[in-house]
Design a protein around this ligand. Structure first.
Ligand code: SAH
Length: 235
């Protein structure tokens, strides 16, 4: 996706890109390519692919949620910053924590944040199953793109979400996973309120954004231990 098409496609989803945002994205993209040579951060390597599959795709989350507010957001398994860092560039009012278990990615993200002089954004090196004591029911929104299976991810993510907040998962094909996750989501007093399916421009592959609203506090026995989550589906 070249820059002109990037701007045009974003207009279709009601995002007017500013010069400042384009400038930040260019720096982010150049750093991604540079660090990728050393650290192998992402399989997506060309400029056009980065604009389509990382930058544009991250912003499609705005199809399901308004982000132009002061919100506390956690991005679980952010990798090289997707969607979290892109969202911060476009919606500066957000307070974001980027979480990843891979320290090379956290080192990269800290560098980008420093160069772009972004504020109210913090990176944590750790696993989603480890932080729920510190940040329980703290976030308005928890996002996660292409991390784990939706059932597992729901049990890990929902405890971090405030009551009336949202867990938003971004995936490719997801129908089977959505069905498999339904009982877990219900058990955690939450509900799938929207499934936005669309086709990524140019590449024409399917994308799903699943929005889950948390209705009540999560009982303290969740999340269970990670090995239990993997082994046993909630009934
Ligand atoms: N969200 C990014 C990266 C997806 S790859 C994107 O869409 O491009 C999945 C990432 O999740 C990897 O960087 C991996 O290190 C991280 N990850 C996997 N399981 C995790 C866990 N339990 N807690 C935190 N990070 C995790």
């Amino acid at each position: 996706m070249n820059i002109d098409l990037f701007i045009e496609e974003l207009k279709k989803i009601n995002i007017e890109v500013t010069e400042h945002e384009l400038y930040d994205l260019k720096i982010f993209k150049d750093m991604l390519i540079e660090y990728n040579g050393k650290f192998n951060l992402t399989a997506i390597k060309t400029d056009e692919e980065i604009y389509l599959k990382h930058f544009y795709d991250s912003l499609t989350i705005t199809k399901v949620i308004d982000l132009d507010k002061e919100l506390n957001i956690l991005d679980i398994g952010t990798g090289a910053g997707f969607p979290g860092l892109v969202l911060k560039i476009f919606f500066p009012k957000l307070n974001i924590i980027l979480l990843d278990s891979n320290n090379k990615k956290i080192t990269f993200l800290n560098e980008v944040i420093k160069i772009l002089k972004l504020e109210n954004i913090k990176c944590i090196h750790g696993r989603a199953e480890e932080l729920s004591d510190t940040y329980r029911e703290y976030f308005d929104i928890v996002t996660s793109r292409a991390v784990s299976n939706l059932r597992v991810l729901s049990e890990l993510s929902i405890p971090y979400v405030k009551v009336n907040g949202y867990f938003i998962a971004m995936k490719g094909n997801a129908l089977e996973e959505i069905n498999e996750a339904k009982t877990t989501i219900k058990k955690l007093s939450s509900e799938i309120i929207k499934i936005e399916e669309f086709i990524l421009p140019i590449e024409k592959s399917t994308r799903n954004i699943i929005a889950v609203e948390k209705k009540e506090k999560t009982p303290t026995n969740y999340p269970r231990r990670y090995d239990q989550i993997l082994k046993k589906t909630l009934k």
